[in-house]
Design a protein around this ligand. Structure first.
Ligand code: ADP
Ligand code: MG
Length: 703
């Protein structure tokens, strides 16, 4: 990696000694570059900062002023109030903090404070700050030979600070070093003048100038956009590298379409494909018939008909003389897929469309027979758990792998599959988690995307209701009447990782209570994550067989299980679930003929009703996902899914969709033109790619 001043430790910067360097390290700032990218979390401009002379009683205002005098005043009731008189060119005002006398030790005369709060009348005008930041320290302002003074009357920036690195220290360090930092930023510039102009982006040093020292807020936003582009570009680049490795480095299979199996299935289907299914199939077929290896994500809401699409893809592989495998995250799901596919294929009556099932619970002779069928090629279609791709399972000619990802399989399993040297099948990943297209691109930029954004017609939407805990009797009544009509119900409790024991207790306690007090006449079962795999499987099978009426469970149930007879989903402590997760749970009911009910039980006091109300009003998974993203922020969704990622700090996946698409185009074009980034003009790009994604780049062996 080329050496840049920005790679030097912060300790070499002016005003940073070993002690401050330690404090910086605790904020995650180790190098000069880290400091340069430590951007303000807040901007206050003339539209928010009021001249002190114009503050009036009744306003809620932000002001910046220097402390003229200060002190602690006792009141008659024994309350101690810290007061400071602050002034700017326009006037002065008293700022008062009742009950915070300790501020007297923190704030000095001559300090500059940024305060926000209501202006009241109390022996004259008084501001009672809700928020206060010391933006400059008395002594420092005086001791700096003009260096520390910020442009006055413009924009006040507030940095993320910490106890041992207060705002005024950060500002002081920036005041003394920003000029040099910005000069060094040119070392990182990887876009040419034309490149910048074409994308209408500022240069890196200009963007960072605008971020740290904006003349108006729009500049800060423009600057952020540049950093967002960089982030998205390098993310897409590392993914483009992975994609190239998966799809191009080694040729894939060029599947041959004869329609020998595809046509009969079309004719036998009891329904017409939706427009979305037809589109996804066209995309998948085109990939499979091309010599490049397919690496595609099929995304669709619960019930959007992914299995049928996957089945057609599998038939294309089979009719061209290859084999196709579908991997499910659990045995029950594998069995479910195999059963469904067998039903759909029954009318074809062809030996080539027999679906084999390979799971851990096969007997030894069954397993031997199944593996023999795969090795000899007499079995064309197989469904199983991930045991299918382990060493020792030999295929005559594996041409397509469909991964039913649900929630369980992550990126790593997918990679393990791609890493196998002996087979290079096309890969189709199915995901039942509807996420906005931009998020899908950011998370799975290495995959192409097909979306089923349409449900087959004639579905009865699930009725979603919101109930407070006091109304639980009504909820139990609904469960009783559904069970009396021969149907089944789930009651779900949250399970939070940090306190699994406590939550488990809650589910088990509730199970006892529901069993003996609430539903004494019904068969109540319990399923949770601490059970052994075999025990879980046993409980799920009893529920599937109808031997359990009410299943008390945790979120282990959310993975795509289909119990057509289950019509009620009660979610306790619904406020503790993400909306996307609730949507998955809701997808478990209403899969059969009868109407499904999803009842969210929550405590109205917790202020979560609004969020749940959004969920109640829509059955559209993509809409739910967008709301979830908006409400929870992308950190949750994004950070948790990719291991060892720097995450996205500047890009906003909702707002920056265009930027993301552009970044993906650029990254793929660059990867096509210079796959190894070995041309001298791409040296800076390679350096930054390694700086940001060393772990992943090394894993893919690029560079
Ligand atoms: P997903 O896997 O996306 O949740 P499935 O493939 O399990 O959805 O489909 C759900 C149900 O809808 C299945 O019973 C399937 O046979 C049926 N189905 C699929 N496509 C259609 C369609 N185009 N029209 C009517 N029903 C369909
Ligand atoms: Mg399914």
């Amino acid at each position: 990696m080329s050496y840049s001043q920005l790679d030097r430790p912060v300790q070499f910067l002016k005003g940073v000694g070993p002690k401050r360097a330690d404090a910086f390290a605790r904020l995650g700032i180790v190098t000069a570059r880290d400091l340069l990218y430590h951007v303000p979390r807040r901007y206050d401009d003339a539209s928010t900062v009021q001249p002190i002379g114009r503050l009036e009683t009744g306003m809620d205002a932000t002001a910046v002023g220097r402390v003229r005098s200060k002190g602690v005043i006792p009141t008659r009731k024994g309350l101690r109030i810290f007061q400071a008189v602050i002034e700017d060119e326009s006037g002065m005002i008293t700022a008062a903090w009742p009950g915070q006398p300790w501020l007297d030790r923190k704030i000095r005369e001559g300090d500059t404070l940024l305060v926000t709060g209501p202006v009241r009348f109390f022996h004259g005008r008084q501001i009672q700050p809700r928020e206060m930041t010391i933006v400059a320290r008395a002594s420092e302002v005086e001791s700096k030979d003009g260096e520390a003074e910020e442009p006055r009357g413009r924009i006040w920036v507030t940095y993320p600070a910490s106890e041992d690195l207060p705002q005024w220290v950060l500002r002081e360090v920036f005041a003394r070093n920003l000029g040099a930092l910005l000069e060094w930023a040119d070392d990182d510039e990887y876009l040419s003048k034309e490149g910048l102009a074409r994308r209408r982006l500022p240069s890196l040093s200009r963007a960072l100038t605008w971020i740290h020292r904006p003349e108006h807020i729009q500049q800060a936003q423009e600057g952020r956009r540049r950093l967002a582009f960089d982030e998205l570009f390098f993310l897409q680049l590392v993914q483009a590298q992975a994609r190239r490795r998966a799809t191009e480095l080694e040729p894939g299979i060029q599947h041959v379409r004869t329609n020998e199996l595809i046509r009969p299935l079309h004719e036998a289907l009891p329904f017409a494909l939706t427009e979305a299914q037809a589109r996804a199939l066209r995309e998948i077929f085109a990939d499979m018939q091309s010599p490049a290896r397919m690496s595609r994500l099929l995304q669709g809401d619960v019930g959007s008909g992914k299995t049928v699409v996957a089945l057609f893809a599998m038939l294309l592989a089979a009719e061209g003389g290859h084999q196709a495998a579908l991997m499910a995250p659990t045995e029950i799901l594998a069995e479910q897929h195999a059963r469904r596919m067998t039903e759909l294929l029954a009318p074809l009556g062809s030996a080539d469309t027999r679906v084999a099932l390979v799971t851990g619970s096969l007997s030894a002779p069954e397993r031997r027979a199944a593996l023999e069928g795969l090795a000899s090629g007499s079995t064309r279609l197989v469904v199983g758990t991930h045991a299918l791709i382990q060493e020792g399972v030999a295929f005559q000619s594996l041409g397509l792998v469909v991964v039913d990802e649900q929630h369980r399989f992550g990126v790593r399993q997918r990679m393990a599959l791609l890493e196998r040297k002996d087979v290079r099948p096309d890969v189709l990943v199915m995901s039942a988690t509807p996420i906005p297209r931009s998020l899908a691109m950011a998370l799975h930029g290495d995959l192409d995307l097909s979306v089923l954004d349409e449900l087959p017609p004639g579905r009865t939407p699930v009725t979603t209701e919101l109930r407070s805990r006091d109304e639980r009797d009504e909820v139990y009544e609904l469960v009783r009447s559904e069970v009396a009509a021969g149907r089944q119900a789930y009651v779900v409790y949250p399970l939070v990782a940090e306190s699994e024991k406590v939550d488990l207790l809650a589910a088990t306690d509730e199970f006892e209570r529901l069993k003996s007090d609430v539903f004494p006449d019904h068969r109540v079962g319990l399923l949770h994550g601490q059970l052994s795999a075999a025990a879980k499987d046993g409980v799920m099978r009893s529920f599937l067989a109808g031997d359990i009426d009410v299943l008390v469970t945790t979120t282990v149930v959310e993975v795509g299980i289909d119990v057509a007879n289950a019509t009620v989903m009660v979610v306790e402590h619904a406020e503790r679930f993400g909306l996307a997760q609730l949507h998955q749970l809701r997808g478990r009911v209403g899969r059969g003929e009868s109407r499904g009910y999803c009842i969210l039980v929550a405590d109205p006091g917790l202020g979560s009703f609004e969020r749940l109300e959004i969920f109640r009003r829509t059955n559209d998974g993509f809409e739910v996902a967008r709301a979830d993203l908006r409400l929870r922020g992308q950190g949750d969704l994004f950070g948790s899914q990719q291991h060892g990622d720097p995450g996205l700090r500047f890009a906003d996946l909702m707002a920056d969709e265009d930027l993301l698409a552009e970044a993906q185009r650029d990254a793929r074009a660059l990867t096509a033109a210079d796959p190894e980034l070995s041309k001298p003009e791409h040296a800076r790009i390679l350096a930054q790619l390694l700086g940001r994604y060393r772990e992943r780049v090394e894993m893919y062996g690029v560079g």
